[in-house]
Write a protein that binds this ligand. Structure first.
Ligand code: FE2
Length: 315
């Protein structure tokens, strides 16, 4: 498949080195940091004192208001304090493919924050890819097909597969789940054994919330069954069927997306990716529409706190 030249910025992330309180620095310079975030897609503050979970929340508030609650979740996380969470608790030998947070929902956070509490011994970076660049790298025929057919996310919440629906939706009331689904353009289907299946059809390309530039913003790769370990994929499909996997993605009309198409998209993200090694107390601020993030496998303790802010429907 062909690729084309790109015009995305090369400084990803933009690095601000300094010292003293991170919260105070952001408070003094929030307009400049917002501009840098828009220009580059991600800002790394290094050398500052974040001040633990409390200080981290203060940094979020100083730049972009109240941190958001993690809803309709897809991965295990723990709450550290308030709306500060651990990064996805996923086996450390596994890579998490590049993606945009909550791009399978009708509303998503516009800004993400990562705080390095404890750096890993090796790897464990948060690789970053410009979604403008990914958009330009995707084969035009593939892109046009997705723009026309859109994409569908199918999720299953069950006793023994995926996350339980009452955890994901933060309620045990089925009618409340149905209301949340309706509001979010999601079609719910109650299943046997207290299970829930949801379907939603979304756009693959969105205009960026600030710049209006087209960005590749969807969960097609991360949620597609080809992103599972091959042995796990085979086992789960055998037991639950393709429609019964915790997450899977299709064309918007429900037709399967061939593995080689998803692999092409995966390569585009990788081709656009940059990385840096975390240092203790790094604060990484990411424009969630402009930049996709992932996680390298790692060794060592690695503790990264995350928070999200600025819901997309607030703009
Ligand atoms: Fe993520």
């Amino acid at each position: 498949m062909t690729t084309s030249a790109t015009s995305a910025p090369s400084t990803l992330p933009f690095v601000i080195e300094g010292q003293g309180s991170a919260t105070e620095h952001i408070g003094r310079d929030s307009a400049t940091i917002h501009d840098q975030l828009t220009a580059h897609g991600a800002v790394l503050m290094r050398g500052f004192d974040v001040g633990g979970a409390e200080g981290f929340e203060g940094c979020v508030r100083a730049l972009s208001g109240e941190p958001l609650t993690y809803t309709e979740q897809s991965t295990p996380r723990s709450r550290i304090k308030g709306n500060v969470y651990t990064s996805t608790e996923y086996p450390q030998h596994a890579e998490i493919p590049l993606h945009n947070e909550m791009s399978y929902q009708a509303v998503w956070p516009l800004v993400l924050f990562f705080h390095c509490v404890e750096p890993p011994h090796t790897q464990g970076a948060t690789p970053l890819s410009s979604t403008r660049k990914v958009y330009e790298l995707v084969d035009p025929a593939v892109r046009e097909e997705f723009e026309r057919r859109r994409w569908m996310v199918v999720r299953n919440y069950g006793e023994d597969v995926g996350i339980r629906w009452w955890t994901a939706f933060n309620t045990e009331d089925r009618s409340e789940v149905e209301r949340l689904c309706r509001d979010g353009g999601v079609e719910p289907q109650w299943m046997e054994d207290n299970g829930l299946r949801t379907r939603a059809v979304r756009d693959v390309v969105h205009p960026h919330a600030v710049t209006g530039e087209p960005v590749w913003f969807n969960h097609i790769v991360l949620f597609h069954e080809s992103s599972l370990d091959p042995a796990v994929r085979e086992g789960l499909v055998e037991i639950y069927g393709q429609d019964g996997l915790p997450n899977n993605t299709y064309y918007g009309d429900g037709a399967p997306i061939p593995d080689d198409v998803v692999d092409h998209l995966r390569q585009c993200y990788r081709q656009a990716a940059t990385r840096f090694d975390y240092e203790r107390d790094d604060l990484l601020i990411v424009d969630n529409m402009a930049v996709a993030h992932g996680r390298e496998p790692f060794t060592g303790p690695r503790k990264i706190a995350v928070a999200m802010s600025e819901p997309s429907n607030s703009k």
